[in-house]
Design a protein around this ligand. Sequence first.
Ligand SMILES: *Cc1c(COP(=O)(O)O)cnc(C)c1O
Length: 464
Amino acid sequence: MSDEYQALAEKSKSYLWNSFTQMQGYHEDQPIIIESGEGVKLRDVTGREFYDGVSSIWLNVHGHNVPELNQAITEQLGKIAHSTILGMANVPAIELAEQIARLTPDGLQKVFYSDSGATSVEIAIKMAFQYWQHRGKPEKQSFVTMNNAYHGDTIGAVSVGAIDLYHKAYSKLLFQSYRVEYPYCYRCPVGQELSSCAFACLQQVEHLLEEKGSEIAGFLIEPIVQGASGIITMPAGFLARLRELCTKHDVLMICDEVATGFGRTGKMFACEYDGVTPDIMCMGKGLTGGYLPVAATVTTDEVYDAFLGTYESKKTFFHGHSFAGNQLGCAVALENLKLFAERDLVNEVARKSAYLAERLQQFQELAHVGDIRQRGFMIGIELVRDKSTKEEYEWQEKIGLIVSRRACELGMIIRPLGNVVVFMPPLSSTEGELDAMIDILYQAVADITERGVQVRSETLPYGL
Ligand SMILES: *Cc1c(COP(=O)(O)O)cnc(C)c1O
C-alpha cells in the first residue's frame, strides 16, 4: 500500500468513528478509502476500483460524478449556497416542492424539508401527533409500526423502529409503539402459505385498530419493500388493504419511501404498486440522486390545513432544521428529477428489473440460497444453512458479511443485512454493468457457501 494510503489510514484510525461499524478489527486490515467515483464505480486512493453494488447505501441514482448534476451544483453555487427557510423561501426549494407534489400520488401536496431520512420520519411523527390535537382528538397519541421496521436512527425514528439488534439497547429512551407483523412470506409469521392465506397476518392489524384505533395517531409503513430488515417484499394488494384499514379507523397512514422512493422499485414511488395515497410520505436517499442530504415529508392539504390559525393560536408547526430547503441540495434534486424524465429512468429500471429477475434465477441452483426477493433494483438473497428446512446460519457465522467481503475482493462493494446479501445497483446501471455485478455476486455466494474459499479477513471493510 502506498505512503499516501498509510498516512490516511493512520489518521482514520486516530480520528474517524464510522457508522454501523465495529471499530475493533476495522483497522487490522486495510479499510477502503474512497477518493473518486465515475458512473457505477468507486475508486480508492490506491487505485483499486469497485462496483458500487449497494448504491452507496441505497442512495445513488445516475451514477457518480454525473456532469449534469455537478453542473447544477456549480451553477447554484455561483448564486448562493444556503439561506434559511424559516419564514422565507428560496428559488430551488419552491421549484422542487412543485416537482415533488407533481410526482407523488394525487393528494400529496405540501412539502416540508429536512436533511435526512430519519428527520423526515421525526417530522411525520410530530406532524401526525399534533394534527390530532388540532383536530380536537388529542387522545390519538400512539403509533403503529411493523415488525423489523427501520425508519432511521434518531430517537423518534428508533421508537417506531423494530429491529432488536439496532434498537433494543435504547428501549428505555423510547416512546412505546404498537407492533404488527410485516408479511415476511418466506418465514410467515402466522404459519401460512401465501397462495392460500388471504393475508391472515392482517387480522392482527384489524384487531389492533378496532380495539385501539381511537388512540392511534399514525401507522408507519415501509411500502412494498421493508429494507433494512432484509429486503422483505410485500405481496400485491397488501398495502391497499392497510390503506383501507387506516381510513376506516381514522389513523394517518405514513409511508416511509426513504428507501423505495425515486424509482428504486421500478415505480417512482412504491405506493403506486397498490395505487395508494398515504396521508404522509417520507423521502430522502434518492431525492438528490444520492448527491446531497435533502429529505422531505410530504402531506395532504387536510393535514396542512389543520395547522392553520392566527399567530396567537400557536398552531404553528414548531419544527425546523438549519439546513432545510438548502439551495445546493434542492438544485441538484431538481436536476436529478430532470434526468429521470429525460432518461425515462423509471421505465428503464422496470425494464431492466425483468432482465435482472432472469439473471437471478441462476442463484436458485445454489445449495444455500433460500429465498431471492426483488422489487426493481432492490434485491435480497437470503442465505440458509439448509434449504429444505430453511434453517438459518448462526449470527456468529457472519455469513452475509463474509460473502460481502468476498464480493469486495472480486471488485464490488456490497453490505449485508444479517444472512441476507443485499444488491442495490445504481439505477443508471446498464445491462452490461448489471451482468458484471451479478457475476461477482454469484461467484461470491458460491465461493463462500459451496467452494470453501477463504477471504483474507472477515472484518473488513465492514467491521461488523
Ligand atoms: C435509510 C432509511 C431511513 C433513514 O434515512 P437516513 O437518511 O439514513 O436518516 C429511513 N427509512 C428507511 C426506510 C430507510 O431505508
